[in-house]
Design a protein around this ligand. Structure first.
Ligand code: ZN
Ligand code: FE
Length: 240
């Protein structure tokens, strides 16, 4: 059973600190910066042994070098982005397995936000780390890929068990939901969810992780019926 701790940093990033109690390994997903991560691990008496990166953007890898220098940890990330993440020790891609102690994650290729973006799915934990590919009621911007790729990503992620917990890398939920209500004004599940999100945000609470099931019901990008519909919605959101 993994213990997962949310570390909010910068304006809206979440770094995930993941502890596997049997092996006592501790892993960091997408460290934008180092200091709050080292402090949180210290406070819990956890020794960081690994970093896993979903993509090369600096707000996901900026803490790699300093955390590695402080802990000697091993860094795993996307094969297709190795030139842009010089701190990588192990390169992985679709079909590979990443391990934290005895717990294994399947690597899933989800290109589009960046060309080599990957996700880490722990089937036995019903947990997936999706970086900037899938957000609560949203998806990542198409910086290095196409709407067709993002459509495939959404379709693949939507086939994970609906109670799978989705750990994304940003608190974008409220802004995503405001656009989602424009895309699907008659979606009652979406309206109910937005009420809950607004209440949570008013209290300063986080709205991540989400679940695959919640996204199936309310995410206008996962719910897009075609590549064209996803493309239209992505452009509309970019200009919202
Ligand atoms: Zn990004
Ligand atoms: Fe990001």
């Amino acid at each position: 059973m993994l213990e997962i701790v949310r570390i909010p940093v910068l304006s809206d990033n979440y770094i995930w600190l993941v502890h596997e109690p049997v092996s006592k390994e501790t892993m960091v997903v997408d460290p934008a910066i180092a200091e709050p991560v080292l402090e949180e691990a210290d406070r819990r008496g956890w020794k960081i042994t690994q970093i896993w990166n979903t993509h090369w953007h600096p707000d996901h890898t900026g803490g790699n070098a300093a955390i590695q220098e402080a802990t000697g940890c091993h860094i795993t990330g996307p094969e297709a982005e190795k030139e842009r993440i010089p701190t990588l020790d192990t390169m992985v891609q679709e079909g590979d397995t990443a391990r934290l102690g005895d717990v294994a994650a399947d690597v899933i290729d989800v290109p589009a936000h960046t060309a080599g973006h990957i996700a880490f799915h722990f089937p036995t934990e019903k947990t997936v780390f999706v970086g900037d590919t899938l957000f609560a009621m949203g998806c990542g911007r198409l910086f290095e890929g196409t709407a067709a790729q993002m459509f495939d990503n959404m379709q693949r992620l939507s086939k994970l068990p609906s109670d799978t917990k989705v750990y994304c890398a940003h608190e974008y939920t409220q802004a995503n939901g405001e656009y989602a209500l424009v895309a699907e004004p008659d979606n009652q599940a979406l309206k109910d969810r937005m009420d809950a999100v607004l209440a949570a945000r008013a209290k300063g609470e986080a709205t991540v992780p989400t679940t695959i099931g919640e996204e199936q019901a309310t995410n206008p990008f996962m719910r897009a019926a075609s590549v064209d519909e996803l493309a239209e919605r992505r452009i509309a959101k970019d200009n919202f």
